[in-house]
Design a protein around this ligand. Structure first.
Ligand SMILES: [Zn+2]
Length: 376
């Protein structure tokens, strides 16, 4: 028996100039009878000035997204969408803009085209948006799955490299989330969607292979072939969630640690991809896996291998890991082990020791220090 799966009609990253990328979107909208009226384009003032001001987009209404508070997005809804009928919403920007576009598309039942200007997480093509509620906490909210995701290599390459590192971190977190899914299947008989699992597994393994054998230092992640791989991997992650009907393939105990940091210490919550990457080191260590190879890869691409790089104290990271199982009702490695303060402390210390034992090659250090302008 087959099943029907809706997938985006276009998933492409091109290396033309940005105007050609925009024109490609317009042509595809017309081909799909979407541009009969005019489009609502969400972006930021910065990106507008940098790229969009000089591009001729007929009849487009630009709206600048400043933040992802639900109240801000609802204001945009009331002001621009309530009495108007746009054929399509186009989000051109980073994670916040794409999340706003997907949520507005969901509220108004409109198709959404995602044009990511960086690759910081797997939200570029997923049916979930991360928005800020009235108490200042991040919430994952059901949204519209984009009908197309189109990236421009040149624009992505010019985005801050730490966001590209973060996208790698969000993808490597799937090493952990897929294990949790399998664990839930073995222990409590949770269903595994084979197609979604296979897609995600292939995407993360291909990326891991590239990171291992083709990436020597952080400069290499800007190579065309690597950015292509990361773009497709993050997109596939979103599609895998969409097929499953939940974030299960993409989010396990490592994401719960990150959500616990956001929940307990909202003033310290940082880049999602960094937090889930560090969470992956913890959950992998809790599973008894050898994490030295992963730590080496993390160091090459500027991902955190110590809680200190997340600006957390030892007490805060211990609290976050202990709180993580309460974040959501999802079977993970936390259900298999007896999670207690001593185990968590020992595990964190173990990660610290491995991190300290693997010296970052001087060339990695210099490159990363120069990009991030920090010392660690
Ligand atoms: Zn994630």
């Amino acid at each position: 028996m087959f099943r029907e799966i809706k997938v985006p009609f276009r998933i492409r990253i091109n290396d033309d100039d940005f105007e050609s990328t925009i024109n490609e979107i317009i042509i595809h909208c017309m081909e799909n009878r979407l541009a009969t009226n005019y489009s609502l384009i969400l972006t930021t003032k910065h990106l507008y000035d940098l790229y969009l001001r000089k591009v001729n987009i007929p009849n487009a209404k630009f709206v600048f997204i400043t933040d992802t508070r639900i109240s801000t997005i609802l204001k945009v809804y009331n002001e621009y969408l309530l009495g108007n009928s746009f054929p399509v919403i186009v989000g051109i920007g980073g994670g916040k803009v794409i999340d706003a576009a997907k949520y507005l598309g969901f509220l108004k039942a409109l198709p959404v085209i995602s044009v990511p200007t960086t690759l910081s997480n797997d939200g570029i093509c997923s049916p979930v948006s991360v928005l800020i509620d009235e108490s200042g906490k991040r919430q994952s909210i059901r949204s519209t799955m984009p009908i197309a995701v189109i990236g421009n290599l040149d624009v992505i390459r010019k985005s801050p490299i730490k966001y590209i590192s973060a996208g790698i971190g969000d993808m490597l977190a799937k090493i952990s989330s897929l294990k949790d899914w399998r664990l839930a299947h073995e222990d409590i008989g949770e269903n595994i969607d084979d197609t979604a699992y296979l897609l995600m597994h292939t995407a993360v393994m291909n990326l891991l292979r590239k990171l291992k054998y083709e990436i020597d230092n952080i400069d290499d992640v800007l190579n065309e072939s690597f950015l292509n791989e990361l773009f497709y991997a993050l997109t596939i992650s979103g599609i895998s969630m969409y097929i499953t009907g939940s974030s299960r393939p993409a989010s396990g105990a490592e994401h719960m640690i990150s959500h616990a940091i956001d929940y307990l210490y909202p003033h310290k919550s940082g880049i999602h991809g960094f937090q889930v990457a560090y969470g992956t080191l913890i959950t992998e260590a809790l599973r008894g896996e050898d994490i030295s190879e992963l730590v080496e890869i993390f160091k090459k691409v500027g991902l955190p291998t110590s809680y200190k790089e997340l600006n957390l104290t030892e007490e805060e990271i211990v609290n976050a890991v202990l709180y993580a199982p309460r974040i959501r009702n999802r079977y993970t490695i936390f259900n298999r082990i007896n999670l207690n303060k001593r185990l968590v402390k020992n595990t964190i210390e173990k990660v610290e020791k491995i991190s300290q034992s693997i010296n970052m090659k001087r060339e990695y250090y210099e490159k990363i220090a120069c990009y991030y302008k920090v010392r660690w």
